[in-house]
Design a protein around this ligand. Structure first.
Ligand SMILES: [Zn+2]
Ligand SMILES: [Zn+2]
Length: 415
């Protein structure tokens, strides 16, 4: 089962977790949850656009430079691959925290101030390009089929550990990466920073000195040390890259410029490679970033997000039939739509303009390709309902755009 195929299971578990948290009065805010899932969808779209580019490197090395051919159907190969994959994950993950450029791609996974199953889906779009090198040594021995199955298993395992619903798992805490261990990894206070990089086995952190147990007497504060206030997935994915560039530009020597890119995010001239841990905050007190949403906005954003997810599912099952431009156009459309939902959550004044245009584009696409009649009456009714919802969305945004325009004219008159 791949990550894509598991998405309906993800949704089922996310709903169950939400019901359990709601009973405790701790239901996570919908804006944060949708943003996390939007980042996951963004990453999946990236996989479509660059299909095969990363896996091709592995296959190329295996085909041309393998040192030994392990039998693909042996239990020992299976175990070696599982352990090798997990060790590779540990070092790849550690690198994304200890190299500023790589952190720019991974920080998005840590940018949520909540901690629940949706946080697992909040992934960096470009991260695969920097971490793939840590797995390539396996290509000298492990057949590609085994490698790809285990890479999916490793990712799937990490879904369930993003929860506060599961507390302590007794003796399993010694060997496995558990929700408790991974909660520490997502904490932003001093004792949590750069700890518990494990994927499946926590033994790597115990062996390499990066393990830290959860402290019951210190409440965890999730998110980045310098939290970013945005629900725009595009901004979350790329804002830190600009920070890396600015840090590099602010350095006066070539050596320091390189260190600004390849040393840790906390490095400053004169400090150790990873910065001064003892200067990190021991406690953090801050309000979570959020704008209150009306029930209308919550339902509106949820329906549009579900429609986009379904649109992506259809695209991914049929993308080989699409010609290049149409495929990239559909990918871009979904990304712009995810950004638009983020702007709604951010209360950004550009929201009604972008939203109106994207809803009209959807309706125009339907008209242009004459997607009016489908096979069944039920499907036709559903599609017409969706079209009406898009029409309603566009009209509602048009009203908001006119109101904004009037406000601007009014202000100009007062001046
Ligand atoms: Zn991390
Ligand atoms: Zn995580």
């Amino acid at each position: 089962m791949s990550v894509g195929q598991a998405s309906s299971w993800f949704v089922a578990f996310i709903i169950i977790e939400r019901i359990l948290l709601r009973k405790k009065g701790k239901a996570p805010p919908i804006n944060d949850s949708i943003t996390s899932m939007a980042c996951g969808l963004f990453m999946e779209i990236n996989h479509i656009a660059f299909r095969g580019a990363q896996t091709a490197a592995y296959v190329y090395i295996y085909e041309n430079y393998r040192l030994h051919e392990l039998p693909w159907d042996s239990l020992w190969t299976w175990l070696a691959c599982a352990v090798g994959m997990d060790l590779g994950y540990y070092w790849a993950h550690r690198a994304t925290h200890e190299v500023n450029l790589f952190w720019s791609q991974h920080q998005v996974h840590h940018s949520s101030e909540e901690y629940n199953l949706t946080t697992a889906l909040r992934q960096g779009v470009w991260q695969g390009w920097s971490t793939m090198f840590y797995y390539l040594p396996m290509a000298f021995f492990i057949p590609p089929s085994q490698f790809f199955v285990h890479s999916q298993f490793n990712l799937l395992f990490q879904f369930w550990i993003h929860t506060e619903v599961i507390d302590d798992l007794g003796p399993l805490e010694w060997v496995l990466n558990t929700p408790s261990h991974h909660r520490v990894h997502h904490g932003s206070t001093r004792y949590c920073v750069d700890k518990n990089y494990a994927g499946v086995l926590i033994i790597w952190d115990r062996m390499f000195g990066t393990f830290e147990a959860e402290r019951r007497d210190e409440p965890l504060v999730y998110g980045l040390i310098e939290q970013v206030d945005s629900f725009n997935p595009f901004y979350l994915e790329f804002f830190y890259l600009r920070k890396v560039f600015e840090k590099m530009q602010s350095m006066s020597t070539i050596t320091d410029k390189l260190k600004a890119i390849f040393y840790g995010p906390g490095w400053v001239p004169g400090s150790p490679k990873l910065g001064h841990y003892d200067q990190l905050p021991e406690t953090i007190v801050r309000e979570k970033f959020s704008h209150s949403l009306t029930p209308h906005d919550q339902i509106y954003a949820t329906i549009h997000f579900l429609l986009l997810s379904e649109g992506y599912r259809v695209l991914v099952t049929q993308y080989e039939e699409y010609d290049g431009w149409l495929l990239y156009g559909c990918c871009a459309y979904i990304i712009v739509s995810l950004v638009s939902i983020g702007l709604l959550f951010n209360r950004n004044s550009w929201f009604p303009w972008i939203e109106m245009i994207r809803c009209l584009v959807f309706l125009a696409y339907q008209l242009h390709f004459k997607i009016f009649l489908t096979e069944t009456i039920g499907m036709n009714l559903l599609m017409n309902g969706i079209r009406l919802f898009y029409l309603y969305s566009a009209l509602q945004c048009k009203i908001e755009c006119v109101r904004q325009f009037r406000d601007i004219m009014q202000k100009d008159k007062i001046k």
